[in-house]
Design a protein around this ligand. Structure first.
Ligand SMILES: NC(=O)c1ccc[n+]([C@@H]2O[C@H](COP(=O)([O-])OP(=O)(O)OC[C@H]3O[C@@H](n4cnc5c(N)ncnc54)[C@H](OP(=O)(O)O)[C@@H]3O)[C@@H](O)[C@H]2O)c1
Length: 264
């Protein structure tokens, strides 16, 4: 099985912490040249400096704020113009999740922001990458979404709604782009030990009055494997999807959730 990503260039969004950072590290370990994209220059620099370069590859970073309309697209367009001989082979769409809260209390702006941050940015980045992928005989588009595309999660109203849209957008793209040897797949992380999860536990504890330990115990009790995922375990699924080993896998969701999602 070939998991090697040498001579591939991967753009990994939201890659200064959590799942995105672990994906960037996994790709670099497999030989890819990684382009990090996130909003904080210092964290970008730190992450960049720590990426493995064992295959002699060069990694780069692009600063862009996903909450600003068109910012990721503009930043990538600029990078592609400055590097006319480069293209993106692997695009990982990922950024911070929408704030938690019930769907019926969410403001219209929260839905619009989340839709722009997640779906529109993903879409614009795909459009930037497609000409290069087509010209080079193929590509991989991997979207980090959530298990909520299968079963909505309580207290994540805006996220559940927007994840569903991203899932259906991705499946439609898979139908359209397979003919170009471009695969489009989604990773659905379960509860993963990152800053995002800490924020969700804090919020649940604040709202319920229960201690963080009790909230954590309750979350763990719903997971057959009785533990949270490490970001590297989620990244392994991305490494597989990006590789030659996954050449005929297209248009699917891969839950990495320790078995938590109660359907197939
Ligand atoms: N962790 C879980 O349990 C879990 C479960 C299901 C789904 N997910 C989803 O998986 C995705 C990644 O989650 P995670 O846990 O890895 O989150 P995380 O640890 O909070 O990391 C998010 C990454 O995205 C970047 N980012 C956030 N907002 C940004 C913005 N406006 N512009 C540019 N970059 C931005 C962050 O960079 P900064 O340093 O600039 O903030 C960071 O690199 C999210 O969509 C999350 O909702 C997570």
């Amino acid at each position: 099985m070939n998991w090697n990503l040498s001579n591939k260039t991967a753009l990994v969004c939201g890659s200064t912490s959590g799942i995105g950072k672990a994906i960037a590290q996994a790709f670099a370990t497999s030989g890819a040249s990684v382009i990090l994209m996130a909003r904080n220059e210092e964290k970008l620099r730190e992450t960049l400096d720590a990426l493995p370069t064992g295959s002699g590859q060069i990694h780069q970073m692009i600063k862009a704020d996903f909450s600003q309309p068109q910012a990721p697209k503009k930043a990538l367009d600029q990078w592609l113009q400055s590097n006319p001989n480069e293209h993106i082979d692997i695009l990982v769409n990922n950024t911070g999740g929408p704030p938690p809260g019930p769907a019926h209390l969410a403001k219209v702006e929260e839905y619009l922001n989340a839709f722009n941050t997640h779906l529109i940015n993903n879409h614009e980045l795909v459009q930037c990458c497609l000409p290069g992928m087509k010209a080079n005989g193929g590509g991989r588009i991997i979207n980090v979404i959530s298990t909520s595309v299968k079963i909505p999660l309580n207290g994540l109203g805006v996220s559940n709604t927007v994840r569903g849209a991203v899932g259906n957008w991705a499946k439609t793209l898979a139908n359209e782009l397979g003919a170009f040897n471009i695969t489009v797949n989604n990773i659905l992380p379960g509860a993963t030990a990152t800053d995002r999860l800490k924020g969700i536990i804090d919020k649940k504890s604040e709202k319920s009055g229960e201690s963080k330990e009790i909230v954590t115990e309750k979350m763990l009790s719903e997971i057959p494997m009785k533990r949270f995922a490490e970001p590297e375990e989620v990244a392994a699924a991305a490494g597989f999807l990006a590789s030659e080993a996954a050449s005929y896998i297209n248009g699917i969701n891969i839950p990495v959730d320790g078995g938590r999602t109660g359907n197939l």
